[in-house]
Design a protein around this ligand. Structure first.
Ligand code: FO1
Length: 320
């Protein structure tokens, strides 16, 4: 019975549903593919924010207040770096620093990012396969309405998402290869569904879907591609997705997100607060599940995962 799930995740929102899926599925039924367009080299270290947010969340060591880095973090390194006049705009906590140093050490030894990620996950006791979308360098660049092009972390952290955006580019995407195991999971006869977690459509999900071969593999598969709306009641739960939609001239609605994904997905998970948009989204040719998508507790994460998996189950029987 086709039951393998591939989840596509960015940072916080995606990590929450990834955790829900990891708790209701066996490790061999799930693989999580994380965006690496946010990655960058900083202070000589390779930083992989979305991989780390998902990894820390699955390892239950994530900092729930910040949405990134580790719980119980201390900042001795950063304070000392500040005293030396070093760059401290991108805050690296002491525990989090160990991850960046170990990742950079393993990368410098010649290991590819997917192998390094598997090694870090093994050390942290994370059993669910976590893959970077690619082992190659892809960097999300942000075009601003003032004509500047910013690296993602300069836009997101240094400039606090203040610049008005006009578009994005994923530098290096044309020659990047999906990570080992990504395409084979999409072409696996056991694939039950691809679940696009509620992450930022533009800078967390689009880079993954733009990788050569990924969309084609998804569209050639009989398994449905289902996106969970990151917009509830006209707001993004965290991050700049709503602000970006406004600046891109899109309606800040779940239907706006469905429209953005329309010809790349088969199903859409809509929050019950936006039920009035169901028919508008179905008119795009999408099947819609209406449910609670706000994840405040661990139970909420599991409940949403079960609801989406139920939607997937129903898909096959409906098709048959
Ligand atoms: N986000 C911030 O807003 N400020 C920071 O100082 C910051 C540091 C940081 C360190 C490690 C890491 O993995 C993520 C970090 N983030 C920080 C989040 C990062 O910018 C991510 O790209 C976003 O969470 C979007 O995915």
């Amino acid at each position: 019975m086709a039951s393998r799930i591939v989840a596509i995740s960015g940072g916080v929102g995606g990590a929450k549903l990834s955790l829900g899926l990891a708790r209701v599925l066996d490790p061999d039924q799930l693989a999580i593919v994380a965006n690496t367009g946010d990655d960058f080299d900083h202070l000589g270290l390779r930083i992989c924010p979305d991989l780390d947010t998902v990894m820390y969340t699955l390892a239950d060591v994530n900092n729930k207040e910040l949405g990134w880095g580790q719980v119980g973090e201390t900042w001795q390194f950063l304070d000392a770096l500040e005293k030396l006049g070093g760059e401290t705009w991108f805050r690296l906590g002491d525990r989090d620093l160990a991850t960046h140093i170990q990742r950079t050490t393993l990368l410098r030894s010649g290991q590819r990012l997917s192998a390094v990620t598997a090694s870090l996950c093994a050390q942290l006791g994370v059993e669910v396969p976590l893959l970077p979308m690619t082992d190659d360098d892809v960097r999300t660049m942000v075009f601003t309405q003032s004509g500047e092009t910013l690296s993602f972390q300069h836009y997101f952290v240094r400039d606090r998402c203040a610049p008005r955006v006009s578009g994005f580019e994923f530098a290096g995407i044309e020659t990047a290869a999906p990570a080992p195991g990504f395409i084979s999971r999409l072409t696996d006869i056991e694939l039950g569904a691809v679940i696009i977690c509620p992450s930022n459509p533009f800078v967390s999900v689009d880079p993954v879907l733009a990788l050569p071969g990924v969309l084609e593999a998804m569209q050639n598969s009989s398994a449905p591609v289902i996106a969970v709306s990151p917009i509830i009641g006209g707001e993004a739960i965290k991050g700049p997705a709503a602000k970006m939609m406004a600046e891109l001239g899109m309606p800040i609605t779940a239907a706006g997100v469905a429209e953005h994904y329309a010809d790349r997905i088969d199903g859409f998970v809509l929050d019950h607060r936006d039920v009035q948009m169901q028919s508008q989204i179905e008119a795009l040719g999408l099947k819609v599940l209406v449910t609670e998508t706000l994840m405040r507790s661990l139970e909420d994460r599991e409940a949403l995962a079960k609801a989406v998996l139920g939607f997937v189950e129903g898909w096959r029987t409906r098709q048959v």
